[in-house]
Design a protein around this ligand. Structure first.
Ligand code: HEC
Length: 259
């Protein structure tokens, strides 16, 4: 019985099959060895790029380093917070709370109006338009907390502070600025949403609100005292429909939660 395939062909085929095993074996061997040269890279894609990485050598420079030192006087974006009065609300070597506005800011009418507008947007929901801690969000939360069946979803709520408390009224403007910028206890900070200058405008407005609740006649410039007197008389005369006053955005003290 002779096989249908010629014997010679079997020999040749067997030899070729054995030879074909050599290249993969050689490749596997070479891959398993370490080599000082670059790996053979047939398709480069973006594996090797014409650039230097940190810590690499670069003969172009005298010191041979590819990574260059920072040019003297360089300030990275967002890192120029050298004026700590402006950015942190503190002054002096012992970082006392600033009692004045930082240089360059002036508490003129535009600035105060800006502060009022920003306060009404960002702070009034909790602290109320006049700062008594009676904002709508706060009122709603307090109602939910004081449910007869316990607080909703077992959450808790910290009463927004009445900004006219003695302890807060005594705070320098820098401290108010710092609290609203970086947060205080359970209150979150607003530095991410509100630009720095606007935060100073808000702090100024908070101080103005506080002052407004304890103003003496001497606080009014002499030339405007008579004017205020007559306005007050006019207000008292027309004060009867308190609904109207509320609708006009008057600060609604009756509704204050913490009274
Ligand atoms: C989401 C509600 C909420 C908003 C909005 C909010 N606050 Fe408050 N604020 C609180 C709460 C709550 C406290 C009391 C935190 C505590 O005692 O844990 C507080 C406390 C304060 C205090 C007292 C700090 C102290 O030393 O006791 C100041 C000042 C203040 N907020 C200013 C602001 C200003 C200015 C804004 C607007 C930029 C603002 N808050 C926005 C809830 C809020």
């Amino acid at each position: 019985m002779s096989s249908p395939i010629p014997r010679a062909l079997l020999y040749v085929g067997g030899t070729v099959a054995c030879l074909l095993l050599i290249p993969p074996a050689a490749i596997a061997y070479i891959r398993s060895q370490s080599s000082p040269g670059r790996p053979v890279h047939l398709i480069w894609d973006m594996d090797n790029q014409a650039k230097y990485k940190a810590q690499e050598e670069n003969p172009l420079f005298a010191d041979g380093r590819a990574a260059r030192p920072i040019v003297a006087g360089t300030v990275a974006m967002g890192e120029a917070n050298l004026d700590t009065h402006f950015t942190e609300g503190v002054t002096g070597p012992s970082a006392e709370w600033a009692t004045t506005l930082p240089a360059g800011l002036v508490a003129d009418e535009t600035f105060m109006r800006r502060g009022q507008e920003r306060f009404n947007i960002y702070c009034s929901p909790c602290h109320g338009f006049a700062g008594f801690g009676d904002g709508m969000v706060n009122r709603r939360a307090m109602t939910l907390m004081n449910n007869s069946s316990g607080s909703v979803d077992n959450t808790s709520w910290t009463q927004a502070k009445n900004l006219h408390e003695d302890q807060i009224r005594a705070q320098p403007i820098g401290q108010i600025y710092h609290s609203l910028s970086y947060g205080i206890r359970t209150m979150a900070g607003y530095s991410a949403q509100i630009p720095t200058e606007d935060r100073w405008a808000i702090a100024s407005y908070v101080k103005a609100l506080q002052r407004s609740q304890n103003a003496a006649p001497q606080d009014i410039p002499p030339d405007r005292r008579t004017q205020v007197g007559s306005e007050e008389a006019a207000t008292v005369a027309s004060a009867a429909p308190s609904d109207q006053a509320n609708r006009d955005g008057g600060h609604d003290r009756q509704g204050a939660v913490n009274q």
